[in-house]
Design a protein around this ligand. Structure first.
Ligand code: UTP
Length: 285
């Protein structure tokens, strides 16, 4: 088992749930108050001890590479005009992590995207974070997974309890052992009465490099796409998986309502906006 220092963030999806804006703006770049969702996810990686991040992006998402790069001309202009505050805001390229990019030519699913990370990952265990799944927590969600990985030397899935009437919307976890939270399998969007538990696997994973040969020979899954969950289900037949019950609030920012909720909650934590927003939300709608 190795220390987890590498993270893969697939951000090449079509974002069909958020059309039409995602026709030209990646959902991962939509702002939560004032920063893109992806920026929060990269901060979570850094706070969890990640040193190398691979973003799986797409030919239509060049703005992602631009955002995490330097902007020389604008920097120079702001420097000349002594705009110190604005200059600080321009520093969107984090110092303490290496960010690499690779393109998924065609969005054939999360499994197809993550397969492209095999050279970057090598033989290491590594983290996967979905670029539109935002986790708000005092201890970073990925750090919670890493601590469990250190204890169990196993694959880990970030899990959250979901209301039972929503279990048909998620990949629901079936436990091999309720006590230890060892996972037997995941049932994708089960009918309400057939959900194996109240826990959904959500957007944060640590897996071994043994996932790559499985991804190579994966069949098409739900929606005619190669699904990362299907590969993990296969890996469960060879290696142990545990659920990390996250102490976090989850936002699906790839959905319009999840995105709005994240913005309201994050703005309510912002001292400059809090009071005005609170008063506004109290109006008669
Ligand atoms: P999602 O299922 O949330 O993304 O994938 P999507 O396909 O864009 O969603 P729709 O169209 O709104 O239903 C989870 C993560 O995997 C990435 C997405 O960008 C997202 O961050 N992804 C998905 C890829 O990188 N490539 C793909 O082919 C599919």
């Amino acid at each position: 088992m190795n220390k987890i220092t590498k993270a893969v963030i697939p951000v090449a999806g079509l974002g069909t749930r958020f059309l039409p804006i995602t026709k030209s703006i990646p959902k991962e770049m939509l702002p939560i108050v004032d920063k893109p969702t992806l920026s929060y996810i990269i901060e979570e990686c850094i706070a969890s001890g990640i040193t190398d991040i691979l973003l799986i992006t797409s030919p239509y998402k060049k703005v992602i590479e631009d955002y995490f790069d330097q902007s020389f001309e604008l920097e120079r202009r702001l420097e000349q005009n002594h705009k110190e505050k604005e200059l600080a805001l321009l520093k969107t390229k984090p110092d303490n992590v290496n960010i690499y990019f690779i393109r998924q030519g065609e969005p054939k699913g999360s499994g197809h995207a993550i397969k492209l990370a095999s050279t970057f990952v090598g033989n290491d265990d590594f983290a996967v974070l979905y670029g539109d799944d935002l986790m708000d927590s005092s201890k970073p969600a990925l750090k919670q997974l890493i601590e469990l990985h250190e204890k169990t030397s196993s694959n880990i899935i970030g899990a959250l309890k979901v209301p039972s009437h929503l279990s048909n919307k998620y990949g629901m976890i079936e436990f091999k052992n309720e006590q230890t939270k060892e996972i037997k399998t995941i049932i994708e969007k089960p009918p309400l009465e057939k959900s194996p538990s109240n826990y959904a696997g959500l957007g944060r994973y640590i897996v071994s490099s043994k996932i790559f040969p499985i991804l190579e020979s994966l069949s098409l899954g739900v929606g005619g796409e190669y699904q990362f969950t299907d590969a993990m289900k296969k890996l469960m037949e060879q290696e142990k998986f545990y659920a990390c019950l996250l102490d976090a609030t989850y936002y699906d920012t790839g959905s319009k309502i999840g995105y709005l909720k994240a913005n309201i909650d994050y703005a309510m934590k912002n001292e400059e906006m809090k009071e005005e927003l609170k008063n506004y939300l109290n109006k008669d709608f």
